[in-house]
Design a protein around this ligand. Sequence first.
Ligand SMILES: [Zn+2]
Length: 470
Amino acid sequence: MSDIRAQFALLKQTADPAVVDTMQHVVENGEDHELNRINVLDFSKQAGLDEERVISGFLHAARNGLFDLTWNVLCPGCGGVLGAHGTLKSLRPDDYHCGLCACGYEASVDEQVEVAFTVNPRVRRIAAHDPNTLPVWDYYKQIFWSSGVDFDKESFATLADEVTLETLELPAGEKAVLALQLPREFVIVFEPVTHSAQFIDVQGEPTKERQQLALVYNKTPTPTGGTRIMRPGPLRLALENQADLRVLPSVFVANDAMHRLIGKRKPFLTAKRMLSNQTFRDVFKADNLNVDQRLKITSLTFLFTDLKGSTALYERVGDLAAFDLVRAHFHALLDIIASEKGAVVKTIGDAVMATFVRPEHAIVAGLRMRAAMDELNLQRGTDDLIVKIGIHEGPCLAVMLNERQDYFGQTVNIASRVQSLSTSQEIHITGPVLEVPEVAAILEREAITPIQKHAALRGIADRMVVYEIP
Ligand SMILES: [Zn+2]
């Protein structure tokens, strides 16, 4: 343990000490499940710590080998984990299928891929490190459902009592028979290890005659066995496990209680937010996407900046002074981007391309950048630093370009063109940005009235509505 203590002490050099202390306390005193798939947003809320510092702290801890980071693809329907990946590189471009909901989903990284942290086995061995030895309900809670489904002790007891007719642990290679009374409801025989499901629509007159159903679990999961129609009454359910690990067949009644229970969500750290996190970009450079990987993001906000008249600036003040000024300007911009939950994708000359998870963060960053330039100019008694800013929001692809995680698509092109409409310190934004209620509220608070304009965006549109933030 002293070795581990030393590692936490080391971690304090890069991560917030208060975050590290809380993390260490849970590692030394927490229950096993508290160290499995930690929802860092929940963690920060419980501990009363700043979210960004907690995210950054866990990323550094993962880099140092104290925690393992996983990218979990979630079912939008039930919150079940359809795939858990150690790296973003393993995210599949094709469909993920949820047996429980009988639906296929293409993994968009927006809200559907969760980033969670599990303690490394070398630091502390927990039950979830051996998922196939977990009791059935622990398996559901810790492995099948993500950290984003808001279960508590009470709601989980309801799930186990009111929603479940039967559960069974069936070791590899074994057979079992369950005798059940089918209620007049929609019943699902679900198996969380292989993600396979059989639906039974129980309807019609009750019967005393015993009905039969046989299910076989294989190594290759067969996601759904379709829907069988049966009558209320006795069922002989024969189960056979041909998969090479134990399975946990469970008979659920798909009633309101079930939908209510698995429908309760809490916020979690999304892959999108992770990609737009400065610490992630800095610390996990190599652990990004594959060259041929493209991840769909349905909404991301882009902010472009460019320093006005930098060539003239070099001539006016000389290379040395200009270099210091440009550096001070970059320093201020990068600071603001990171503190507004954004990340720098790249700098091109004196220009910056940054991403934000939400438009309101970008607008606040834009306004702060403007104020920071005023401040720098005031200190020098000149007006040398004027930064031209443009903001746009929309869908894009996360890709690798020139060994850097970058973004691709028309949204990026428009954002860049919108920036080029600015000739001085006015900020140009687009309709999708202005229409966000939080953005409107910020502008109102700052007593700023946006000016609507029609602009031609080179290579994109002859006429597009944009808004100037004077
Ligand atoms: Zn599902």
